[in-house]
Structure formats: C-alpha cells, structure tokens
Design a protein around this ligand. Sequence first.
Ligand code: HEC
Ligand code: HEC
Ligand code: HEC
Ligand code: HEC
Ligand code: HEC
Length: 740
Amino acid sequence: MKQYILCFLALVCGHAAAASPAEPPVIGGLERAVTEKIAGAVLVSELGCTACHATTQPAFAAKSGPDLSAVGARVNAAHLQRFIAGPSGVKPGTTMPDVLAHLPDAERADVAKALAHFLASLGKPAASAVPAAEAVARGRKLYHSVGCVACHSPEKALSGSVPLGPVAEKYTLVSLAAFLQDPLAARPSGRMPDCHLEHFEAEDIASYSLREQKAAAEVFQPDAALAARGKTLFAQHRCDACHSAGDKIVAPSLPALGKVRAGEGCLLERRGAWPHYPLAENQRASLRAALADEAKAWEAAAMVQLTLTRLNCIACHQRDALGGVATHRGEYFTGREESLGEQGRIPPPLTGVGAKLKAAWLREVVANGAGVRPSINTRMPKFGAANTEPLVAWLKQIDTLPPAKFERVQPAAKPHNVGCELAGTKGFNCIACHTFRGRSAAIHGPELTTMTERLEQNWFHHFLAQPQRFAPLTVMPGFWPDGKSTLPGVLGGDPGQQRDALWQFLAQGPEAGEPAGLVLEPLVVEVRDEAVIVRRAFPGIGKRGIGVGYPGGINLAFDAAQMRLGSVWIGGFIEASGLWRGQGSGQARLLGKDVVDFPPGSAFAVLESSTTAWPLLDTTPGLSPFTFKGYTLDARQRPTFRYAPGAFTVEDAFTECRDPAGKLYLERTLKILNPPAGLHFRVAVDKLIEPRGANEFAIGKNLLVRLPAAPLLRDADGARELLLPARGELKLQYHITTTP
Ligand code: HEC
Ligand code: HEC
Ligand code: HEC
Ligand code: HEC
Ligand code: HEC
C-alpha cells in the first residue's frame, strides 16, 4: 500500500518512486522450485526474457503478457497510465518490467500518457455498478474456497502470494467479472487459470474483490492524435514483444540469450536502455546460472517439474517431493464430505499420475479442468490446451508401472454379471463409497461407471491390489489382504480374475446393470419456513437462472439474462443432482407439476402505438449493457430482484399468498422508476388468452392472472399478447389452476 501511494506521488511530483526499493517480482511456485536450474528457467520464462532475446532452449519459452486487443474495455485507462509509468510501484511484485525506466521523468510521463490513450482506444468500457453487500459476502466465501487462495493471498495477507495490485482502481464490477469468468481470453499464458466460475460466482467474487470501490471510475476519453502516437510508441518501446494489441507479435531482434553478457543490461540494478527488473539478489544469481546453462538439454522429468512449478500446479498438488498444499494455506482447502477424510478436501497427488490416467482424460483434466470429485470445494482449474499439451506426453513417458499379471475372465463365465455382483452389497460393496451413475449409498467417492474411461487398466489392477501403496491415508479398503480374496466363493477367489470382472463390468459405462443395494435417492432441495434460492441453469433459461422456492410449495425461475419471469410451478421445488454431482454443469430439474413457462424475450419495451410489434431482444454479447443489479432479501429470505432493462429501473418482488379457498398463489409487485413514455410490460404471450372477469385472464391451460388495470390484449404473430402500460407500481397475481 505504501509503495502504491509513493508511486502515485511520483506521477505528481516527479521521480520519487525510484528512490524507494521496488518489491522484486513475485512468482507463485518459485520459492518451492526443487533445483536452482528450475528456479532459473522459471524466472527466464515468467519475466519474459526470451520475448526479446532469442533462444533455442525450449525450457525458456517466454510467458506471454496479457492480450491488450480489448484492454480498453477491461481496464481503467487512468490506472493504466500510472501502471505503465512505473509497473512495480503501482503493483508491487508484478512480473512486468519497467520498460520506460531509462527515460527522463517528463518524457516518461508523456510516453505513458500516449500509450494509455492508445490502449484506451482498444475497446469501450461497459456500464457498471458498485458492489452490493450481499454479493460481497457470498464472494468472500467463494474466494476463500474455490482455489483462489492457493495462489493469491487470503484476506489476512500471506507472503509468497501472487499479487493482485489495486484492483479497485483498475477494474469495474462488470469488467472484473468478465475477466474472472474467462481469464484465458485476456491472459492466454494460463498462469491465471480458469476456475470454472458460473456467471453469478464471477460477479460475487468481483464484488468481493472490489468491496472498497465506492463509485465507478470516471470515464476516460481517448484522444485520437495521442492514441496514434501511442500506437507507434507501443512498437518502439517493444511492448509488442510481450503483448498482442491486435497486431502480430514481432520476432526478437536483440542479442540472443546465448550471446548476452550476464553481468550487463537487464540484469543490472542500474537503469539504462533496457527494461528494468527490480530483481532480488538471489533472483539475479538464478538468472545468471540459467544463462550459463542455456545450451544444456532438459530431460522429460525436469520439464515436468518445471511446468508444474511455472503454472503453480504445486500450490494444490504434491508430486513426489515437489509441492503440495502449504500448511499455512491448508485451512482454505475444504470439502463437503468429512467421511472421505483428507481425500475429500485435498487435491489428489500427481505422483505417478501418468501411469494412472489415460492420455485423453489427462488432457481433459489439465487443459479443461475436468474432474470427478464434487466433494472437494477447491476446483481443478482449466489451464488451456496450448499451455499444457506437452505435459501430457511427458507424464505418459516417465510414469510407468510393470504390467499387472492376471487372467482375463472369459465371456462364458459372464464377467459382467460377476462384476455387477462384486460391486453391490453382496460383494465388495463399492457402491457404498462411490457414486454409480450419480447415486450413492453413503459416500460420494469417484463415479464408478466412468472409471474405465479415465483410468489405465494396468493401474486399476495395481491400485485395487494395494490401495494404501498409492494413497497411504485412503479410506478405500483392500479387498485382497495378503493377496487373498475376502470373497473366496467368486471365480475361485482368484484376485486377478475378480479385478478383471469388475473392470469388464464397469467398462460397459452407462449401460452397466445396477448392482444390488444401489440407493436411488434423488437430491431434492427442500423448502421449509423460508424461501430457498438456487442460482444455476434452469430449463428454458440457461446459466443465469435464479430459482426461488417459496414456503408452502409454490416456485418460480427468474431469467437474470433477459430479466424476465421464466416459469412458475406448484408443489416440490427442484431436484439438483445434475448441479452438484457433475462439477457445476447440468440443469436443475423442476419437481412438482403444472409448470407454466413464459416465452423468452424482453419483458419491457417502449411501443409507439398499440399496433407497434413487440421488439426482439438484442442478445448480441457486448451490445446489451449489463443491467441485472442483483437482489435483496426480506426477513423470510424472499428476493426482490433489481434490474435496469434500459434507462429506467425495476424492483420486482414476489410473495406467496393464499386465496380464500386456501390455495397458494404468487403476488408480484413491480416498481418502475423513471419509465420512458410508452413503456409496456408484457404479462404473457400464448395461443390461448381469454378474459375471465374484471382484469382477469386465463393463459394457456394452467394459469390465471389478475391485473391491476385494464391491459391491452392483441394478436401477435399467430399468438396473443397481454400488455400493461408500465409505470409506478403494478401488482399482479399468478394463480396456477392445477389439472385434476
Ligand atoms: C522488452 C525487451 C527485453 C526484455 C523482455 C529483456 N531484455 Fe535484456 N535487453 C534488452 C535491450 C534493449 C538490451 C540492450 C541491448 C543492447 O544494448 O544491445 C538488453 C540487454 C540485456 C543484457 C546485456 C546484453 C549485453 O551483452 O550487453 C542482458 C544480460 C539481458 N538483456 C538479459 C535479459 C534477461 C535475463 C531478461 C529477462 C529477465 C531480459 N534481458 C529481458 C531488451 C530486453
Ligand atoms: C494457479 C494459481 C492461480 C489461481 C488458482 C488463481 N490465480 Fe489469479 N492469477 C494468478 C497469476 C499467476 C496471475 C498473474 C498472471 C499473469 O502474469 O498474466 C493472476 C492474476 C489475477 C488477477 C489479475 C490481477 C491484475 O493485476 O489485473 C486477478 C483479478 C486474479 N488473478 C484473481 C483470481 C481469483 C478471483 C481467483 C479464484 C477464482 C484466482 N485468481 C485464481 C494465479 C492464480
Ligand atoms: C517482458 C514482457 C513485457 C513487456 C516488454 C511489457 N509488458 Fe506489459 N505486461 C507484462 C506482464 C507479464 C503483465 C501482467 C503483469 C501482472 O499482472 O502483474 C503485463 C501487464 C500489462 C498491462 C495490464 C493488462 C491487463 O489486462 O491487466 C498493460 C496495459 C501493459 N502490460 C502494457 C504494456 C506496455 C504499454 C508496454 C510497453 C511500454 C509493456 N506492457 C511491456 C509483460 C510485459
Ligand atoms: C487450485 C488448486 C489446483 C491447481 C492450481 C491445480 N489443480 Fe489439479 N486438481 C485440483 C483438484 C481439486 C482436483 C480434483 C478434481 C476432481 O477430480 O474433481 C485436481 C485434479 C487433477 C488431476 C487428476 C488426478 C487424478 O488422479 O484424478 C490432475 C492430473 C491434475 N489435477 C493436474 C494438474 C496440473 C498439471 C496442474 C497445473 C497445470 C494442476 N492440476 C493445478 C486442484 C488444482
Ligand atoms: C469404504 C469406502 C470405499 C469402498 C467400499 C470402495 N472404495 Fe474405492 N475409493 C474410496 C475412496 C475414498 C477413494 C479415493 C478417492 C479420491 O482419490 O479422491 C477411492 C478410490 C478408488 C479408485 C481410484 C479412483 C480415482 O480416480 O482415483 C478406484 C479405481 C476405486 N476406488 C475402485 C473401487 C472399487 C472397484 C471398489 C469395490 C471393489 C471400491 N473402490 C470400494 C472409497 C471406497
């Protein structure tokens, strides 16, 4: 913080920042590098040396800098200008060198300004909002559990953490949420991996990260002439060695890394006609050693160690003596199932993983972050194929196990039936601890029906024979102690054949028959005396759905992308195994019956006359400004949605009520602030809309709405449309008329 203030002053009052020693670059895995050789190579790549000095050493490939082709939409330009003028002053620990360090103060400020105008001209900032207190609280919880603090500091600062810098002055809520949802788009190096955040999760973590932000930053107007000069300066100062700004990155033209004099240039503390790195003395030493060894060949085992260190996989995983969850970060690795022990919260070790996982699945895991352990709260991130591809080949090459000896069970002995029996309660009861097509008796261990797709058959045999050899603390029992089966009556008690029967049974995948004793309990989300909110994908809505179950048994799904009511239904709320058993994917399944769906499209529009057609919703990404503002909760946890579908704001609240006959219905209160002239609210579209009484309409088969005023009922494209003039406060009732 102190350094940041100093630098800010430096811009106002000259070169004061140069006097304070800048913090050396912080690289996540560096402190835990197992050899000096690896530490040196990590520094060379993370500091981008070979972006300017050519090399023939594959281990030295430079990390690419952020893609700047749309940086104006992502980052506040006033902040950019300060950062460019003195990177490590504004963001202590950054890996970006000070390229302008050698310029006299005035020129440096001038160049930084032109560069900022150029970068600001690349992409326009979207409208944004300030963080809401509830989102901050949810975000704080997520930030400390999904894996961010494996690399970054928790709220109580921990040294050795990858710095985040002054994010509150750099990003808006919208731009940070967009970055967190797809960090590889902006930072293709994969050093900041994709943690599979759902839209709302990204928004919550962004809200938490920007919790100090009081008002959105002032809008920065790029000046065309300055921007044009900035574009030239961008190439002149070799910013394009590390950054793409839409144009191709140029090949290095400076002395090759094998030719530089290691005591000169960028390795000096002194500033000169080269980028300045505020290196620590031991970092300089590691770099010098790396330069001296540039020509030496790297073996696959060392390349694996280097890659795991560089991408900081070792913050979460242990592989032999390398890395593992650090004790002082251990409390942030949590799980949802205590019965799984440490395996329910700590990411699996990577020792021998090349012999364990099939190449295709291994690739799926490291490139896309696929997983099978929903009980672990920390997520295996997505690092991108380009950043991990060679790793898969190296792991497959160096991790080996001798072939397991076993006799294959012949078809005549019905291996599928035998395997099914072994997996069930009359056999080894694998289904007590592993899910089987998403269902499990007690413990949600890795899914059985996808095991043969993921695991090498050879490893399966070795592992089942001696689970403790592979995972000393596992709760997975050994079924063949001292090589003898605990079920001597099956296949003559032959361990190899029993394991093969299990394999052949499981290899049927989703077609495998159900083992005896499988419990088919679905995961029902119960609603009791308070409303329950589930924010995930809903049928017909997509990812930005918000389901609300109200006490008594009436429910709705709201579409926060289009800001409309999606469905209402009566009875049970949702079944959610699709949400929690696969990591974050899948949809909620609506329980209950008589689901009434409303058609997609905008719920509000300005109509010039009563014959103007209802406009189509423009869903072009980036065009429709972000306007869903979240929700507040009342004492019984019922949400009031807030959104701005245009230049006006809507507050939208539902309450469960009972009619004189005791039947539940939903009362909706819409408060519309500053509506433009001609604004209408679309209540419903259906082939069947019929008046039933004063301002009462039957819609489709199961819905009756009661409106506060006379609506406009008109034909629209083969259906009928029910519209209300939208201003002030509107109260509507939704009654579901159950089919007998
Ligand atoms: C943005 C481009 C750029 C990057 C990145 C860069 N350098 Fe340099 N480097 C230069 C320039 C420019 C010079 C001065 C060249 C000259 O005087 O011919 C230089 C000079 C050097 C020299 C002295 C060369 C000599 O023989 O006089 C060394 C050593 C050096 N750099 C090492 C590094 C290391 C190590 C890194 C990474 C930590 C690095 N450089 C990153 C541009 C870069
Ligand atoms: C495996 C380590 C790792 C994990 C896990 C990780 N990050 Fe990062 N993060 C990094 C690194 C390294 C960078 C800097 C990347 C670069 O140099 O391009 C970074 C950059 C960032 C930035 C950009 C900072 C800036 O100056 O603009 C933000 C914001 C951020 N991370 C937030 C998060 C959040 C939130 C999470 C969890 C959802 C997370 N990170 C998970 C390693 C990680
Ligand atoms: C040696 C490689 C290198 C060079 C040369 C370099 N940068 Fe960077 N730059 C980076 C890295 C790495 C980051 C990410 C730093 C971080 O997150 O701490 C970065 C970050 C940035 C960012 C923030 C982008 C974002 O999305 O958060 C901007 C803007 C930027 N650089 C502009 C420039 C300009 C302008 C120049 C030339 C004056 C330049 N850089 C030269 C490596 C470089
Ligand atoms: C933020 C913590 C985190 C980071 C960083 C991380 N992982 Fe993971 N990894 C996990 C978790 C959690 C799992 C378990 C996921 C599951 O199965 O649901 C996992 C699973 C895996 C698996 C599957 C292992 C098995 O036996 O099934 C592999 C392989 C793997 N990670 C490799 C990597 C590599 C390589 C990197 C770096 C490029 C990396 N991980 C970085 C958390 C992390
Ligand atoms: C008492 C509980 C329990 C029983 C019974 C059990 N397992 Fe496991 N099993 C586990 C746990 C816990 C793990 C470790 C999960 C992890 O790595 O996260 C595991 C791991 C495995 C793995 C490695 C999976 C992977 O991807 O890492 C295989 C294969 C496996 N079990 C097969 C079986 C088979 C086949 C049976 C029945 C013959 C069985 N298990 C019975 C608890 C059990």
